[in-house]
Design a protein around this ligand. Structure first.
Ligand code: UDX
Length: 444
């Protein structure tokens, strides 16, 4: 099939590249000339394992191209994928400016029947608005189909080729058949529904996963007070098929470009129809508070925290990405420097992005994990990058000023920590706390 993808952000680029790999003829459109030039040269602007290889392979095979010319791309394609961003407005509502502009641009370019397939996450009712917008501007035939995207950063290519399900929302049977055909190599789990339900499936799924995370984080907080181990609790819960074991990892809360934005947007969607989504509001509040657990643990060890130097390992919102959008590390570091704490920060790949958002004279940006830990009074692990799991804890102990380790992602095991004389705190595993004597350590 001939496909045009409007927007080469995460969703657009990954979809375009993967659809070309399935044998379709794909042209990706972006307004940003520099980005298009970069993509034409085979450079990928985001860090995403495997994406560059598939992009280059299909561009070389002549199935994938990049352009700023939206009109030509639309006219030569049967399916137009809308994949522009829907960021949050200050109110939490999704900002539909870009998708509405893209719909207008497409409308003015349509020359014959097209299927407009929306992949951007949009509030319930938006695809109907898009339909109205396009029909106001164009007399040509078209259908609008909602196909929400569920890919995760860091495994986007894998997720696109192996989706758990494909959701197709449309009122038109012919368009549905065509879009089923486009996806049928990927999975048998194809759900065809009305447009509004498809839009809701995306928000409800992300809100549910966010709820699971805040739920287990609250269980972890209670575990700390009653002496239980949240990793064992999660394991025991996860064997129940109705619960499932995924998304029950306690830590310092979720971040990223989707969960924070989509939970806020769903609260707004509900609010707009006079429904108070109390549960989801609590999920968001719990997530915000959870970040501060790292700081509370530091304070409990160091009443004079402001005079200390703290190393931070991990700035990205999760491993295998350089994305720092809504990363817990942002608020944690900002709060610490506001109190006068000196920070040594390290991330394998996200430092450059992080520095665009947070810059302060009290922060030293380090090139390596051990360099960051050197001379620190405490180390906070905020992202579970694989390289941190392999840390030589004796060498770490030796390089730090005081061996205080706050493990915000429960990376280290009891066995690994044995005899390493760390003051260790993690999330919801109080039995692993070493040194129950919380008396402040002297500055050495
Ligand atoms: C998410 C959804 O998974 C995906 O389906 C949707 O399309 C976009 O949003 P992503 O943001 O890439 O994907 O990351 P994900 O792997 O889902 O993790 C989100 C956040 O939750 C991360 O900050 C992660 O650290 C946190 N998390 C995840 C936990 O704290 N505990 C868990 O058990 C799982």
């Amino acid at each position: 099939m001939r496909i045009a993808v409007i927007g080469t952000g995460y969703v657009g680029l990954v979809s375009g590249v993967c659809f070309s790999d399935l044998g379709n003829q794909v042209v990706c459109v972006d307004k940003d000339e520099r980005k298009v030039a970069m993509l034409r040269a085979g450079e990928v602007p985001i860090y995403e394992p495997g994406l560059k290889e598939v992009l280059v392979k299909n561009a070389e095979a002549g199935r994938l191209s990049f352009t700023t010319d939206l009109t030509e791309a639309v006219q030569q394609s049967e399916i137009i994928i809308l994949a522009v961003g829907t960021p949050s407005l200050p109110s939490g509502e999704a900002d539909l400016r870009y998708i509405e502009q893209a719909a207008r641009d497409v409308a003015l370019s349509i020359n014959e029947y097209k299927i407009i397939m929306t992949k951007s996450t949009v509030p319930v009712g938006t695809n109907h608005k898009i339909k109205q917008l396009v029909s106001d501007l164009s007399m040509k035939p078209f259908d609008v189909v909602s196909v929400p995207e569920f890919l995760r950063e860091g495994s986007a290519v894998k997720d696109t080729f192996n989706p758990d399900r494909i959701v197709i929302g449309t009122d038109d049977a012919t368009a549905a058949t065509k879009i089923i055909e486009l996806h049928q190599q990927l999975t048998d789990n194809i759900i065809v529904t009305d447009v509004r339900s498809a839009e809701m499936i995306k928000y409800a799924s992300n809100a549910f996963l966010a709820t699971k995370i805040s739920f287990i984080n609250e269980i972890a907080n209670i575990c700390e007070k009653v002496g239980a181990d949240v990793t064992k609790v999660a394991e025991g819960m996860g064997f129940d098929k109705r619960i499932g074991s995924s998304f029950l990892k306690a830590g310092i809360g979720y971040g990223g470009s989707c969960f924070p934005k989509d939970t806020q947007a769903l609260i707004q969607i509900a609010g707009n129809v006079d429904y108070d989504f109390k549960l989801l509001k609590s999920v968001v509040d719990v997530n915000r508070d959870q970040r501060y657990s790292v700081i509370h643990k530091l304070e409990a060890i160091y009443p004079d925290l402001a005079t200390r130097k703290v190393a931070v390992w991990g700035l990205a919102f999760k491993p295998n990405t350089d994305d720092i959008r809504d990363a817990p590390a942002i608020e944690i570091i900002q709060e610490l420097v506001a109190r006068g704490v000196k920070i040594n920060a390290y991330d394998p790949i996200a430092t450059d992005n992080f520095r665009k958002v947070v810059e302060h004279e009290n922060i030293t940006w380090c090139e390596g994990a051990m360099e960051a830990a050197a001379g620190a009074d405490a180390l906070c692990l905020l992202t579970e990058w694989p390289e941190f799991e392999k840390t030589d804890l004796s060498a770490l102990r030796a390089t730090m000023n005081n061996a205080v380790l706050i493990d915000g992602r429960n990376v280290f095991s009891e066995e690994e920590l044995r005899d390493k004389s760390f003051i260790y705190r993690s999330i919801g595993r109080p039995n692993m706390n070493t040194h129950n004597d919380l008396s402040p350590l002297p500055i050495t």
